[in-house]
Design a protein around this ligand. Structure first.
Ligand code: SF4
Length: 485
C-alpha cells in the first residue's frame, strides 16, 4: 500500500510560548528576545503587551517574531512601559502562538487584554483547557459576551466573574475551575503574575538577570538569551507574583493525585538548548538515540539524522553503535512556502526543493536514518523515496519515541486519530508503506527510563498519545474549532 502525497505539514505543532518580565529597563525588547528564543513553540502569531502603570497597550500580528515587530514598535512599547515607574524600568508579557483551540486569526493573537473595575489586565497562554467549551457555555448563559474563538478568553472571563463575586483571590478562584494544560502569564498595572496547571503539563520557569529584572518563560533557553540565571520551575498548581519584593508564591485548588508532564516536550518540542522538567533536552535526546541502538541494532555503514529533528538522537545512536555519523540529508534553509500544482510529480519536486541527498555519500550504502517521530508518515515516505533514488542499498529507519496512536488534547496539534498512521496500521504495515528495510520505534519503557529523573519520576509524565492513558477524562470530540458556530 502506498501513502497519498499530501501538502499539509506533517510535523507535530506546539501550542505556544509565553514570556513575562518585571522591572526591566527595556521590557518589550527583553520580551522580543525571549520570544525569538521560543519561536519553535509557535509561528502563527506573536504579541507583546506593556503597561504605563495605568493602562495596558499591546502590539500583535500574524507571522514570526521577526515579521511582527519593527524597531519602532519595540521603542514605542518600551517608552510606554518606562512611564510606569520613576526609575524608568517597566514590565511586559509576550506570546508566540500556534492555535490549538480557536482559529489562526489576528483576533485570537495574544496577549489578550481587558479592563476590570480594579484595573487593566493582559493574559497570554500556553496549553489547552479541555473543559473550556463547557465553562464558556455556563458563562454565556450568565450573560458574558465572547469576542474570540480562543479558550484563553474563557480564562479571562472566569477571572472577571470571580472578581465581580468579590473573591479574595479572583485568579486562584478562576484557575481552580480549569481542566487541562495551561502555563499562563498575566500583566497588571502594578505587578505580573504567572501560573501553571496542577498537572504541570507544559513547562514554565523563573529567572533573574544580574540587574535584578525578574523573568518567567516557557523554557530556560529564553533566560539564556537574556543572560538571566535560572531560579526554579513554577510548581504545578502554583501562582507566582513578580513585583518589587521579588517572587512570591501561593497555591490554588487541590493537588491532583498525579502529575502529567508532557513527555513529548523531551522528544520533540522543547529546544535542545533548554532544561525541561529537571533535565537537559539535548542530553535526553542523545540518550533516547543510545537506547534505540540498544533496542534495535542492525548491520549498516552509517547513521544519519532526519534534519533537524533527528540530529540529537542520531548522535546518540551512532555513539552507542560505533557506526560513523554522517549528515547526508541536507535541508535547504531558504525555502519558505512553495506554490505547487496539485500533482504527485509537483509535490515530489517541492520535497526535493526542501531536501537534498548527498548521493556520493550514500550510493550502495546501508543507511540507518534516525528521526524523532512519525505522525501521518506522508513526508517520511517522500524522504525515503529520495534516498532510494540516490542509490541507497538498505534503509533502516529508527524513531526515538513509540508509535503515536492517540490524539493530544493538551496543547499539541496531533492530527485526529484517523490521520495518525500508527493508529491505523501496525509497525510491519508502516514499514511496507514507507518502503524501508527495517523500522523500529523506541519502546515507551525506553522513553520513560531516559526522560525521568529523581525530580520527575516516570509516573509523573503524560504518555497519552502513545499509551491512550489520559491523565484526566477528555471529550473525544474536542478539536481546535470547538468554539466555531
Ligand atoms: S498526549 Fe502526548 S503530546 Fe499530548 S501532552 Fe500527553 S504526552 Fe504530550
Amino acid at each position: 500500500m502506498r501513502l497519498p502525497i499530501l501538502t499539509e505539514p506533517d510535523r507535530p505543532r506546539e501550542a505556544c510560548g509565553v514570556f513575562a518580565t518585571w522591572n526591566h529597563p527595556e521590557p518589550a525588547r527583553a520580551a522580543y528576545y525571549g520570544l525569538f528564543a521560543l519561536q519553535h513553540r509557535g509561528q502563527e502569531s506573536a504579541g507583546i503587551a506593556t503597561t504605563n502603570g495605568r493602562e495596558i497597550t499591546r502590539h500583535t500580528g500574524m507571522g514570526l517574531v521577526s515579521q511582527v515587530f519593527s524597531a519602532d514598535d519595540l521603542e514605542r512599547l518600551d517608552e510606554y512601559a518606562r512611564q510606569a515607574r520613576p526609575d524608568d524600568r517597566g514590565s511586559a508579557i509576550g506570546h508566540n502562538r500556534y492555535s490549538t483551540t480557536g482559529s489562526s486569526s489576528e483576533d485570537n493573537a495574544q496577549p489578550m487584554q481587558c479592563l476590570f473595575a480594579s484595573g487593566p489586565m493582559a493574559i497570554a497562554h500556553n496549553g489547552n483547557v479541555v473543559n473550556a467549551h463547557l465553562l464558556r457555555g455556563e458563562l454565556e448563559a450568565r450573560g458574558h459576551i465572547f469576542h474570540t474563538t480562543s479558550d484563553t478568553e474563557v480564562v479571562l472571563q472566569l477571572i472577571a466573574d470571580a472578581a465581580s463575586d468579590q473573591s479574595d483571590d479572583p485568579l486562584g478562584a478562576a484557575l481552580q475551575q480549569l481542566r487541562g494544560a495551561f502555563s499562563l502569564v498575566f500583566l497588571f498595572d502594578d505587578h505580573v503574575e504567572v501560573a501553571r496547571d496542577p498537572w504541570g503539563w507544559r513547562p514554565l520557569v523563573l529567572g533573574q538577570d544580574k540587574d535584578g529584572a525578574l523573568i518567567a518563560a516557557s523554557e530556560t533557553v529564553a533566560l539564556d538569551v537574556l543572560g538571566a540565571e535560572f531560579i526554579r520551575e513554577v510548581e504545578p498548581g502554583e501562582i507566582v507574583r513578580l513585583d518589587d519584593t521579588g517572587f512570591s508564591s501561593r497555591h490554588y485548588g487541590e493537588a491532583p493525585a498525579t502529575r502529567a508532564h508532557c513527555v513529548f516536550e523531551h522528544v520533540y518540542f522543547a529546544s535542545p538548548a533548554s532544561r525541561v522538567f529537571g533535565k537537559s533536552v539535548q542530553v535526553v535526546r542523545e540518550e533516547l538515540g543510545r537506547r534505540l541502538a540498544q533496542e534495535a541494532p542492525v548491520a549498516a555503514d552509517l547513521v544519519t539524522p532526519m534534519p533537524d529533528s533527528g540530529r540529537s538522537a542520531a548522535t546518540g545512536y551512532a555513539r552507542e553503535s560505533g557506526l560513523p555519523y554522517r549528515e547526508v540529508i541536507i535541508p535547504n534553509r531558504y525555502v519558505g512556502r512553495t506554490f505547487i500544482k496539485p500533482t504527485d510529480e509537483e509535490r515530489r519536486a517541492a520535497v526535493r526543493l526542501k531536501l537534498n541527498i548527498i548521493s556520493d555519500a550514500v550510493a550502495g550504502k546501508r543507511v540507518i536514518v534516525v528521526d524523532d517521530s512519525i505522525v501521518r508518515g506522508t513526508t517520511t515516505r517522500l524522504k525515503m523515496d529520495q534516498l532510494r533514488e540516490a542509490g541507497v542499498a538498505e534503509i533502516h529507519l529508527r524513531i526515538s519515541c513509540p508509535p503515536i496512536q492517540n490524539p493530544c488534547y493538551f496543547g499539541v496539534d496531533f492530527a485526529q486519530r484517523d490521520r495518525l498512521i500508527a493508529a491505523q496500521h501496525n509497525v510491519e504495515e508502516i514499514r511496507t508503506m514507507l518502503g524501508v528495510d527495517s523500522l523500529h520505534f523506541l519502546t515507551l519503557a525506553g522513553l520513560l527510563a531516559n526522560a525521568s529523573s529523581d525530580q520527575t519520576p516516570a509516573e509523573d509524565f503524560c504518555t497519552a498519545c502513545y499509551s491512550g492513558n489520559y491523565p484526566i477524562p477528555v471529550d473525544g470530540k474536542l478539536n481546535k474549532e470547538i468554539f466555531h458556530r
